[in-house]
Design a binder for this molecule. Structure first.
Ligand SMILES: Nc1ncnc2c1ncn2[C@@H]1O[C@H](COP(=O)(O)OP(=O)(O)OP(=O)(O)O)[C@@H](O)[C@H]1O
Length: 930
């Protein structure tokens, strides 16, 4: 401890006492602090150990004190007056019972029991126990309460108490060995449970009974040499197998609900994935009917649900669950089947509103959890399970519950399990087997004995309907969900924006009744013109506040094609008139900013003449194909194929149409041959023809060798070839091929080209492509689109001549002759353009206007070229080439994009040039401020 002392130094220096204290203190502190620092760690451990030791000592002392106090009380218990044995009680207070069963029945044992009875009489309360007739049958129940009953042996006591729980109060099995010394041994059987004849070993009655027997033996054996051995044994309990049965009956609805819900989630996933991959659309384009589509899914899932129901019922019976073994098999099977079907149909309905499979699975899991909680909480006991049927429950709640399949399933399963598995009587703890669930029970209202009294004050019983009602509700669920599926499938917009009017079902044409007169070709064309005029005036009105960019004039050929398409006297197999597609920015209103993907397209199509559609990305080619194939609804105009209108008779057109969409329409888990079988089936190709067709077509596109491989193992080019072949099934008169050769190697592409070339006879084929070579080779007519409009149309030569730069001639001469050769060429073709002149190599361009002069020039080149006689020719060599289609295409695209083509569809000028609104500017300003 630092000490405060006055040192001589402090005194001498005249320092204040405070300073002296500080100095002293601080010097001491220094030492002390050092000592504390060096010892604190060790001291800390030492202190810890010391504290631990102290606490251990304290605990030992406390424990010793506690034990000695307990021992003291055990050694010297409080005195206790033992009561006598009172009368037994049966399963219920009214039921007769047996007080004592004893064995063996000898005079000596009767003497012991008589003495014990007498000794018992001396206590309060006491019952007088008489000897009764012997009992030998374990199934005999007493008709009145019995005193002391002789029985054959200990095994009988075991069996009897097991068969008839809570009937017997005590059993006593003697084993007396005659001495000397004589040994009195006995075993007392007692009821260990808290019910009815409870003989709680720590309570009074068991002690009273053994005490009475012990005293009786001591009294009888008094004066002789004897030993006494008393043991205790509890009666057997209800076999443990009942426990699992109890779980199945109370939570079965939950367990069995799970297997059906797995099917539910799978259905959601399968159908939405099919939609997501556009496989459903492709099948519809190939003629698949909506009703057939749903019915096929429904039937295949019905089979799955049936198998699931059979497996559940089979396993339930095999494992011996009473709810299965004690119920009518057919009733159980129908219950599981109807539940499965209603969940499957509910899944169908959900799929109509979901577009992504991931969302579908999440919804499935969510409903699974909700259902699981529902089944486990509501239908795990009859109290909550039946509370909904009370007159006090709101009618709305009842109706809402009716529409939930798992509510109806839970209810009927609860009914069955209550009948089948019986119940444990709470009062007597006795298992009372159920009467079993019979077919007739489906029609009977649930008896009030099964429906708990749950309102103590008003003691109401819910009026629980017959189980069959839940079946009716499940059937109703199936019907309602099926109707909702078909309705939502029509009115919810698909990926292509197709949807019907919410009241489409009021239109007689939906049911196949067409009261409107079919238009003749002339009237149909007139209608298209009127329609276009209306559209134009509407659009003008809407755009009056927006300055639209000036559109350049249509090309002559395009105008001529328009006139031809709108000329009723022109005979052709198909024509497209003023076809238009606008993708709206907002689902609710039209706006000048809506995307015009295709604008007033007019075309004529002839059999045997393939039309190749070229255009930059986003030009509107696929949208045109989608409209023509019925995948997307047009927003204006129409097309007529063989006298059938695209807008109103698409179903008929589809029967003669084949489509190879831009994205492959293949099922990963089907082989090439199975695809042919599927789509040929949809196209109604005669069954016997399908194998021949498959071989012929697959060989043509070189897929025959891999016909048995699953399509997901195919390369991109192979998938494209298969999609192409599919579009040709069913001998279609109209074929749409949207970029059919994308991703194919040159060899296979040529095979496909030759296949298309042969196939186009007698058919209308429209093909879109980005390959100029493909268009050049296959296209009888080529049209180029840009920004949704037709820019040029004609055959390859015509387009090259019209839009190309003409011919190019390159030649080589001796540099000394260059000027002479130039003068000769320019005199023969005055409007030629010299493009290159270097070291005797000349490159000339001849515009299309100079076409007539070219033969003369070629003749002169030939005469002055290398021949067998002329070894030093003026012209050492020359070559002539025409402008390629690619150059024509690039020129047209350049013309259509005066501001430069970025490689993608530019946003409409009107958007670019739209003046920034005040609010936008304000927002920008505030963002900058931030
Ligand atoms: N569902 C849609 N919603 C909005 N705009 C769309 C939709 N489908 C297409 N478009 C737009 O319509 C225009 C034409 O698209 P389309 O797919 O027909 O072009 P394309 O000529 O087939 O292009 P590509 O050669 O790239 O296939 C594009 O600007 C595109 O962005």
């Amino acid at each position: 401890m630092p000490s405060i002392v006055e040192t001589p130094a402090s005194q001498g220096s005249g320092a204040s006492p405070k300073r002296a204290v500080e100095n002293e203190f601080s010097s001491n502190i220094h030492v002390t602090t050092g000592a504390v620092q060096s010892n604190s760690y060790r001291d800390g451990i030492a202190i810890g150990f010391r504290q631990l030791w102290t606490m251990l000592k304290r605990n030992t002392i406390l424990q010793k004190a506690d034990t000695s106090r307990q021992l003291k009380s055990n050694y010297h218990p409080e005195p206790w007056t033992l009561p006598g044995i009172d009368n037994c009680q049966g399963r219920t207070p009214k039921d007769p019972c047996i007080n004592v069963m004893f064995t063996p029945d000898t005079a000596e044992i009767r003497q012991i029991l008589t003495t014990a009875n007498k000794l018992n009489q001396a206590r309060e309360p006491a019952v007088n126990l008489n000897f009764e007739n012997a009992m030998t049958d374990v199934n005999t129940l007493p008709s009145s309460t019995l005193g002391m009953v002789p029985v054959p042996d200990g095994q009988f006591i075991y069996n009897y108490t097991l068969t008839n729980p809570n009937v017997t109060r005590f059993g006593i099995e003697f084993s007396i060995v005659q001495g000397p010394p004589k040994n009195y041994a006995y075993q007392t059987w007692f009821n260990f449970t808290n019910a009815a004849n409870s003989t709680d070993p720590f309570g009074d009655s068991l002690l009273s009974f053994t005490r009475a027997i012990d005293e009786a033996i001591l009294q009888i054996a008094e004066g002789s040499s004897a030993t006494l051995l008393a043991t205790l044994k509890d009666f057997p309990l209800v076999p443990p197998t009942l426990a699992s049965d109890e779980v199945v009956s109370s939570l079965g609805a939950m367990f069995f609900f799970c297997s059906t819900m797995v099917i539910f989630i799978c259905v959601l996933n399968q159908i939405v994935t099919e939609k997501e991959l556009h496989l459903r659309h492709s099948m519809q384009m190939m003629g698949l009917k909506t009703l057939v589509y749903w019915l096929s899914w429904w039937l295949s899932n019905a089979l799955l649900v049936l198998v699931n129901a059979v497996i559940i019922c089979g396993f339930g019976i095999a494992f011996g669950f009473t709810v299965f073994s004690n119920s009518n098999f057919l009733a159980l099977l129908i219950t599981f089947f109807l539940f499965g079907l209603s969940m499957v149909t509910m899944a169908f309905w959900i799929t109509t509103m979901v577009k992504a499979s991931r969302t579908a699975i999440l919804i499935g899991i969510f409903l699974f959890i909700i259902g699981l909680l529902f089944e486990s909480m509501v239908f795990s006991n009859s109290y909550v399970g039946y509370i909904w049927y009370d007159s006090g429950t709101s009618v709305v709640a009842k109706y809402v519950l009716m529409f939930i399949p798992f509510f109806n399933f839970g209810k009927v399963f609860l009914d069955m399990s209550l009948f089948a598995t019986g119940r444990l009587d709470i009062l007597t703890e006795t298992y009372i087997p159920g009467p079993g669930f019979h077919w007739s029970d489906m029609y009977n209202q649930i008896p009030t004995s099964y429906t708990p009294t749950y309102n103590a004050e008003r003691t109401r019983h819910p009026d629980v309907p017959a189980p069959i009602q839940s079946w009716y509700f499940m059937l109703m669920n199936i019907g309602v969900f099926a109707i909702l599926t078909l309705y939502f499938d029509q009115v919810v917009a698909d990926d292509y924006g197709n949807k019907r009017h919410p009241f489409f079902f009021l239109d007689p044409s939906f049911y196949g009744f067409h009261f409107r007169k079919k238009l003749t070709g002339r009237d149909w064309i007139a209608a298209q013109e009127t329609d276009k005029a209306k559209r134009d005036s509407r659009r003008k009105k809407m755009n009056k506040n927006h300055e639209l960019p000036c559109e350049d004039e249509d090309d002559d050929d395009v105008n001529a094609e328009r006139l031809l398409a709108l000329d009723p006297s022109f005979e052709t197999q198909a024509r497209i008139c003023n076809l238009q597609k606008i993708f709206q920015e907002s689902a609710f209103r039209k706006s000048p900013l809506d995307k015009i993907a295709v604008k007033d397209l007019c075309l004529t199509l002839q059999e045997g003449k393939l039309l190749a559609l070229l255009g930059q990305n986003g030009a509107g080619k696929s949208t045109t194909m989608n409209m023509l194939s019925g995948l997307t609804k047009s927003t204006g105009g129409d097309a007529m194929f063989y006298g059938l209108s695209m807008n109103s008779e698409m179903a008929e057109i589809r029967s003669m149409m084949g489509v190879c969409p831009q994205h492959d329409i293949l099922f990963g888990d089907l082989t090439a041959e199975e695809h042919i079988q599927l789509y040929a089936g949809l196209k109604n190709v005669p069954k016997h023809e399908i194998p021949r067709l498959a071989e012929e077509r697959l060989k043509a596109v070189r897929l025959w060798q891999v016909k048995d491989k699953l399509s997901h193992t195919y390369s991109g080019g192979m998938k494209r070839r298969l999609s192409m072949v599919i579009s040709t099934l069913g001998d279609p008169k109209i074929i749409f091929l949207d970029e059919p050769t994308t991703g194919m190697d040159p060899t296979n592409r040529r095979h496909v080209w030759s296949f298309i070339e042969k196939f186009k006879q007698g058919r209308i084929i429209i093909l879109t492509t980005h390959s100029m070579e493909e268009a050049d080779i296959l296209g009888d007519r080529i049209c180029v689109m840009a920004h949704g409009r037709l820019r040029a149309i004609g055959n390859s030569i015509h387009l090259k001549n019209k839009f190309g730069a003409g011919y190019r001639i390159s030649l080589v001469t001796d540099p000394s002759n260059t000027e002479f050769v130039k003068s000769q060429i320019e005199s023969r073709v005055p409007d030629c353009i010299l493009k290159d002149d270097s070291a005797g190599a000349l490159l000339y361009q001849f515009p299309p206007t100079s076409m007539s002069s070219i033969p003369r020039l070629v003749e002169w080149l030939e005469n002055n070229g290398v021949t067998s006689t002329n070894v030093h020719p003026l012209i050492q060599g020359y070559g002539i080439s025409q402008t390629s289609l690619e150059e024509v295409f690039l020129k047209l695209i350049r013309d259509a994009n005066p501001d430069g083509y970025q490689g993608y569809e530019t946003v409409k000028k009107v958007v670019d040039e739209k003046p920034e609104s005040e609010s936008t500017l304000r927002n920008r300003g505030s963002n900058n401020n931030q």
